[in-house]
Design a protein around this ligand. Structure first.
Ligand code: FAD
Length: 289
């Protein structure tokens, strides 16, 4: 399968792109354009996020089905369990399966901010969800991985142990939280290999436009911001005309470093936009003809 993918992408590292379900008709139209632009270079297809607490499950389902129909590419739907009962989570999963979705990213998820008080009893950890999904259908199941550890985990070592449990429960690939320091991904790959994890661990690549917002995400996730990036963008902010060029060149630099550390593919957080992701794909050797 890897050989077929490499031939299809002419030796370029395979790419997938992540979307979130659009919140208005105008944004749905904009997403259609993004999907059409990126489809020719999305050798590993697309993924569609789900709001915390399963809040966007209809939007996730409908977007996943539409993207698959428009492009013929594989689409992975995220499924966040926390906040849903087991029955509700499995019902959402069954609906995806019935609509032809064959890839699912099984997530525990986070407590939805709007919900106070106790949540319905459901899947306490992604591991339980993976096992239930595995028993139900013959999917490709993916799970989340955290090169700089999940914020709630006591240590990276403990978190990697839980990642291994998720994979052993029936997942075959892990997608990573984004890093801004590619060396953190390199160290994580080595640590996973030492723990006997053999599944592909695909890094998440965040396009570096919208630096201020991204800096906020990084802070919330405990993502290390390397000094060279911090300096680059701080100086850039004094010269706004420079920002798009800095974002583009620094994103390519990140991608090349992740590949050098052994990334088997790149999962690009597109933020539903196409210009920088498409430029990146072309520079990495993907062509549309
Ligand atoms: P888990 O794997 O269950 O881990 C959560 C915590 O519990 C970790 O600290 C882990 O070490 C610990 N743990 C796991 N198993 C056990 C156990 N058996 N006993 C004790 N502790 C345990 N969120 C969304 O809302 N929507 C999305 O679409 C979305 N997409 C994502 C995509 C990617 C690639 C990534 C990396 C994250 C995504 N998230 C998304 C964020 C994710 O929902 C949160 O990080 C969430 O807090 C954890 O989900 P998980 O599936 O990794 O949880």
């Amino acid at each position: 399968a890897l050989l077929r993918r490499l031939v299809e992408s002419r030796g370029a590292v395979p790419l997938s792109f992540e979307f979130f379900p659009p919140r208005s008709e105008a944004r749905r139209d904009a997403l259609r354009e993004t999907v059409d632009r990126l489809a020719p270079v999305a050798s590993e297809g697309f993924s569609v996020t789900m709001g915390a607490g399963g809040t966007t499950r209809t939007g996730t389902h409908d977007t996943a089905v539409e993207v698959a129909r428009r492009t013929g590419r594989p689409v992975m739907a995220h499924l966040t369990a926390l906040g849903l009962s087991r029955e509700e989570a499995l019902e959402a999963a069954d609906r995806l399966w019935r609509s032809g979705v064959r890839r699912v990213l099984a997530l525990r998820g986070d407590r939805p901010r709007a919900v106070q008080g106790p949540l319905p009893p459901g899947f306490a950890h992604a591991t339980d969800l993976v096992a239930a999904l595995r028993a139900r259908h013959d999917w490709t199941i993916a799970v989340a991985a955290y090169p700089e550890k999940h914020p709630e985990a006591g240590s990276l070592d403990e978190d990697i142990g839980h990642l291994k449990e998720k994979l052993d429960a029936g997942a075959s690939v892990a997608f990573c939280q984004f890093v801004l320091d590619p060396a953190a991904y390199g160290r994580f790959l080595e640590a996973c290999a030492r723990r006997g994890i053999e599944a592909p661990i695909v890094p998440g690549l965040m396009p570096l436009d919208g630096w201020t917002r991204l800096r906020g995400f990084a802070r919330a996730n405990g993502t290390t911001v390397p000094d060279w990036l911090e300096r680059l963008f701080r100086q850039g902010e004094e010269t706004p005309e420079l920002m798009p060029a800095l974002a583009a060149t620094a994103t390519l630099e990140q991608a090349r470093r992740l590949i050098a550390y052994g990334a088997p593919a790149l999962h690009v957080y597109s933020m539903n936009r196409w210009p920088l992701p498409l430029a990146l794909a072309r520079l990495l050797g993907h062509s549309e003809s």
